[in-house]
Design a binder for this molecule. Structure first.
Ligand SMILES: NC(=O)c1ccc[n+]([C@@H]2O[C@H](COP(=O)([O-])OP(=O)(O)OC[C@H]3O[C@@H](n4cnc5c(N)ncnc54)[C@H](OP(=O)(O)O)[C@@H]3O)[C@@H](O)[C@H]2O)c1
Length: 356
């Protein structure tokens, strides 16, 4: 893929802004729209909804110029350069494929896919089409993430890390009362691991690379979704324990424990409020607080940069990491017995053993 303005080939552009379409009309799309607009790189061109009424009301609320109720028409539309996909997980692969095939840049919500193979296939398609395909994972694009990496080097060697995301879901009361909730429906490829666990897998792989082995277990809810779970990643010199839940909240956060100190991670998804405790030294606060839309603005800004300037080394790193994350999520699912309809029969019959 070329770099510079030549990379940008869409037709009918009035100015330099990237004409963005949105799939999904829930609160997270609103935050992304606000974040994307705040960067100054995007105009909100169109929104999609399955119903005309919702598409029109969402477009009015958000100030979008056009609406679609057909994904095929939206993907083929010359009005759009890029799309943000925030639909239920099970829709991600097909929707990403459709937009990539139509030459649109894609920013897709986490998790990109339930299976690593699907991420690899879509990355190949994005390369062939000369477009960006990126996972909306905040952590990777926050300016303060490098402080975490530096702090890890300062306190090493690391023997133990605990990454945690346990948050009582706003949908759980409704689920307990018998109402259908996408987030607790395995047919939507969701549950605690895919929704929150993904946020703990990302920093583990980003900081420590691929583990030599994995153990995992889950608690299941009526209907088959995992409500909470744990995974332990085995490295030659350390253990990394991941905990995640949608049925209860934790208040202690995560920690990285090294011989020269400890890093406290109150929020693994945003890395906000991080503190470094070096042995014999005063605590050092590495990050403060930030509003959600601004956090999403960082990933939107990165998306715009890759669209405008072409993929760079950071893009290749993020793409590799996205595959590793999807593969590890799949491995954790197999070990914990979290099955989705799209999983291959062979994997259902024969759970994978921890790799040596
Ligand atoms: N980055 C973050 O902080 C963050 C936070 C929350 C969620 N997420 C991610 O965002 C995505 C959406 O999550 P959500 O909780 O917003 O999901 P959701 O409310 O279940 O669905 C999102 C949108 O998809 C459409 N939709 C609902 N059910 C559908 C179905 N069965 N088939 C096709 N489309 C359907 C609806 O839009 P229409 O009715 O208008 O079509 C809905 O507004 C997930 O991948 C999740 O992991 C990310």
């Amino acid at each position: 893929m070329g770099k510079g303005k030549g990379f940008y080939t869409m037709q009918q552009k009035k100015d330099d802004s990237i004409r963005l379409g949105i799939i999904g009309s829930s609160w997270i799309s609103c935050e992304m729209i606000r974040g994307a607009k705040s960067t100054g790189f995007f105009t909100l061109e169109a929104v999609y909804s399955r119903t005309k009424e919702r598409a029109e009301s969402f477009a009015r609320e958000q100030g979008a110029l056009h609406t679609f109720t057909s994904l095929q028409e939206m993907a083929a539309s010359p009005l759009l350069d890029a799309v943000y996909i925030a639909s239920p997980n099970v829709c991600h692969v097909e929707q990403c494929r459709l937009f990539l095939q139509n030459g649109k840049h894609v920013l897709c919500e986490k998790p990109l896919a339930a299976r690593g193979q699907e991420v690899m296939e879509l990355q190949k398609l994005a390369r062939e089409k000369g477009v960006i395909y990126m996972e909306a994972i905040m952590m990777l694009h926050l300016p303060w993430r490098e402080k975490l990496r530096r702090a890890v080097r300062q306190i090493g060697p690391i023997s133990l890390a605990k990454f945690d995301f346990c948050q009582y879901s706003s949908k759980y009361d409704g689920f307990l009362q018998g109402r259908h909730q996408n987030i607790f429906d395995p047919a939507m490829e969701t549950g605690a691991l895919m929704d929150l666990g993904v946020y703990t897998v990302y920093p583990a792989l980003w900081l420590f690379g691929e583990p030599m082995g994995v153990t995992a277990a889950a608690n299941f809810l009526p209907g088959g979704a995992d409500g909470s779970g744990t995974a332990t990643l085995l490295y030659p010199d350390k253990l990394v324990v991941l905990t995640y839940s949608k049925t209860g909240a934790s208040h202690t956060g995560g920690e990285i424990v090294g011989e020269k100190g400890t890093i406290h991670l109150p929020s693994i998804s945003t890395l906000l409020g991080m503190a470094l405790y070096r042995r014999g030294k005063e605590p050092e606060f590495l990050s403060g607080q930030e509003e959600k839309y601004r956090l999403m603005g960082y990933e939107a800004r990165q998306f715009a940069q890759w669209i405008n300037e072409g993929p760079d080394e950071a893009y290749e790193d993020a793409s590799r990491l996205a595959v590793q994350v999807a593969l590890l999520l799949h491995q954790i699912r197999r070990m914990a017995g979290i099955h989705f309809a799209g999983d291959e029969t062979e994997q259902l019959e024969k759970p994978m053993q921890p790799s040596k």
